[in-house]
Design a protein around this ligand. Structure first.
Ligand SMILES: Cc1ncc(COP(=O)(O)O)c(C=O)c1O
Length: 373
């Protein structure tokens, strides 16, 4: 079993190299300071020994394992034809927009949001309507704002389920409302569910597809093991699209811009989904404890509060009462490298990645506490 307390040398990763040769603890980008499961490493090593690095179709065992995961975990029946393997979820978001939203049509998303969502419409020269979440109340999904914002030009809702950066698992009632509105207005949903295996306190992830089977005709679901098994640098994910016409448009839109999938990524995905579960369960336990520790430390620091983290390993800190001119620089000068909420369309907030050994988290909390006091 993994020992998540061990401090690893992670120099060479973007996360650590940003603050190379400084005394800043990197707690920003969504990478964990843990090794991936041994099963993933073993699978990659034995594949490398075959020396087969040519283009390749997805291994049939990978297709089987993914379909089995969807069926066993969510009682979601998907066919092999419904799966399109992709190099990463962010490329999937961009391709969905490119292939399924025509010029002149608009996209909608709730903010704050994982920042590449904000770029997707820009990249494709489409307009994005932002629906602000009420961060002074309960962070519920802005369903009324969604309803009010829909026009005849609205084409696609970009959904982040679970919701990064606010760390929420959307409830059945929120998802029900969102799906009803989209059905009523013939709005497509592109649902990024990359954090679906990072759920705490025995909550359940509900794929949008399971909310109402009718939405499957209008749905792209994106998943991938990169976050959960800490292998984002390898790449790899899957788009699940049941509607054949939409699938064809998605595939056409990927031509020429989305290269073939890395053969190592196929192997890593296979091992993660097939063999990673015991490791993942240990990870969840460790992350939950880190989250609780962090929440308890933050509670004692005046001027900062933390939204309860139900999913992801990212805490959303409200630092507005500190009235900092440059919050990122303030925390960096205290020795902690966070993500600035402004990047996610949430100025006045900071995102803290707590997927690290407890000693690092403790030191980060000490530094934040000292700086604020
Ligand atoms: C919501 C969300 N989607 C997608 C990604 C990145 O996915 P990929 O590396 O597969 O493009 C992240 C990474 O943090 C994320 O938080």
């Amino acid at each position: 079993m993994p020992d998540f307390d061990v401090v690893l040398d992670r120099r060479g990763s973007t996360k650590w190299d940003k603050y190379r040769d400084t005394d800043v603890l990197p707690m920003w980008i969504a990478d964990m300071d843990f090794n991936p499961p041994t099963a993933v490493i073993d699978q990659i090593q034995s594949y490398v020994a075959t020396q087969m690095f040519g283009y390749a179709d997805p291994p049939s065992e990978l297709i089987y394992v993914v379909l089995n995961y969807l069926e066993e975990t969510y009682a979601w029946q998907v066919n092999a034809d419904d799966l399109l393997f992709i190099p990463g979820v962010v490329s999937g978001l961009n391709v969905a927009c490119r292939g399924l939203v025509a010029p002149g049509e608009t996209l909608l998303t709730a903010t704050p949001i994982y920042y590449p969502f904000l770029d997707v419409p820009k990249n494709m020269d489409r307009e994005l309507i932002r629906l602000p979440v009420d961060m002074d109340r309960d962070y519920r999904y802005p369903v009324y704002e969604l309803e009010a914002a829909i026009t005849p030009d609205s084409r696609m809702l970009l959904l982040c389920n679970p919701f990064n950066p606010v760390g929420r698992v959307l409830t059945p009632s929120e998802l029900g409302d969102i799906v009803s509105l989209c059905l009523e207005h013939d709005l497509l949903i592109c649902s990024d569910e990359i954090h679906c295996q990072l759920i705490f306190d025995d909550r359940q992830h509900i794929p949008v597809a399971k909310v109402d089977s009718r939405i499957e005709e209008n749905l792209v679901t994106l998943m991938g093991p990169g976050k959960t098994y800490n292998m984002a640098g390898i790449g790899g994910g899957v788009a699940i699209i049941k509607n054949p016409a939409m699938r064809e448009k998605f595939a056409e839109a990927s031509e020429g811009i989305m290269g073939s999938i890395n053969v190592i990524a196929y192997q890593a995905m296979l091992a993660a989904y097939r063999d990673g579960e015991p490791w993942r369960m240990e990870l969840i336990r460790y992350l939950q404890n880190n989250r609780d520790y962090l929440a308890q430390r933050i509670r004692k620091i005046p001027g900062i509060s933390m939204n309860p983290v139900e999913a992801t390993y990212l805490a959303w800190l409200d630092v507005r009462p500190l009235a900092l001119e440059d919050p990122l620089a303030f925390f960096e000068s205290a020795g902690v490298g966070l993500s600035d909420g402004a990047q996610f369309a949430g100025p006045g907030f900071m995102r803290l990645n707590f997927a690290c050994p407890r000693v690092i988290l403790t030191e980060a909390c000490d530094r934040i506490e000292r700086a604020v006091s």
